[in-house]
Design a protein. Structure first.
Lengths: 110, 188
């Protein structure tokens, strides 16, 4: 059975990649180009990560948040306000992100 | 640790030495040595994103930043003023974020959205004046917001782009400055 998490559709587009839970700036060095950024919330320090991310998933926020605006500027899908995303998405878990529907689908490991 | 140097890194998020120095018109040489010391002490991290090197605050640096800001706030007796300004800001922040989203998503709604941003700037200016009387480092945001609106008339990228001092980028920085100064968590 496929597990699908839902949140607010904040920036359109679809993509897939490995989930990378990032708890704070001390984790930034682990982030690789093409990773799906998973975090609680973002502030200006996170903007460079948006430039490397294939998609963004946050636990807080919605359509009207700074993260939504920044994701749209980078043209990457964003699903925001996904409850417990940091707990449910393990490091490296392959996910498919649909930023228009607001869904995050956990995929089988390749 | 110098409050302004650490706080410039906090506000800019990720920036090279020149930008950190420029944020509060400090001497670049002095700022560079302060940043190197801060790096040795684990307060700032040096990283490279997309080929560009820069500084960002570590978790420890964020704690130190907020400790210095709390001292500054106590010393200036500015707690109630900053709190009141933050509450006012939060009220029209929703409108600004909505207007920025409309500009990105519905080009036909541009003129209404621009009116919201101009209104927000008009509402912010007296708040900035109140803050700057107690904490002079808050001065300058209104001028940057006005400049972004003027430039956006010719090039709408100045509303929300992340690669320049756009209206949203400055606004995001004001928000970060207020919550950092009060030592509170960012809301949803």
């Amino acid at each position: 059975m496929t597990l699908v998490l839902t949140g607010t559709a904040a920036s359109a587009g679809t993509t897939h990649g490995p989930a990378r839970p990032i708890h704070g700036p001390d984790d930034f060095g682990r982030f690789q180009s093409g990773d799906v950024l998973v975090c609680r919330t973002t502030d200006p320090a996170w903007t460079p990560l948006f430039g490397m991310a294939s998609a963004v998933i946050t636990e807080t926020g919605g359509t009207l948040s700074h993260a939504a605006i920044v994701a749209r500027e980078f043209g990457i899908p964003a699903v925001l306000g996904v409850r417990d995303a940091l707990v449910l998405l393990a490091d490296g878990q392959p996910v498919a992100v649909d930023g228009a529907r607001g869904t995050v689908t956990l995929m089988d490991a390749p | 640790m110098n409050l302004l140097t650490l706080h410039a890194v906090r506000l800019l998020g990720f920036a090279d030495t020149a930008a950190v120095a420029e944020r509060f018109a400090q001497d670049p040489g002095e700022v560079e040595s302060q940043l190197i010391d801060a790096g040795v002490n684990g307060l700032v991290l040096r990283s490279t994103f997309a080929g560009e090197g820069g500084w960002s605050l570590s978790s420890l640096g964020r704690v130190e930043n907020e400790r210095l800001l709390a001292d500054e706030l106590d010393h200036a007796g500015a707690w109630s003023t900053v709190l009141a300004v933050h509450d006012d800001f939060a009220e029209f922040n929703t409108g600004v974020v909505g207007a920025c989203s409309a500009i990105q998503l519905q080009p036909s709604a541009h003129s209404d959205a621009v009116d919201v941003l101009i209104g927000a700037l008009a509402a912010w200016r007296p708040l900035e004046t109140r803050l700057a009387e107690l904490l002079p480092r808050f001065a300058g945001y209104s001028e940057r917001l006005l400049r972004a609106i003027k430039l956006a008339v010719e090039d709408p990228a100045w509303f929300t782009a992340t690669d320049r001092d756009s209206f949203h980028r400055v606004w995001f920085e004001v928000h970060e400055d207020l919550i950092a100064t009060l030592g509170i968590q960012r809301g949803p």
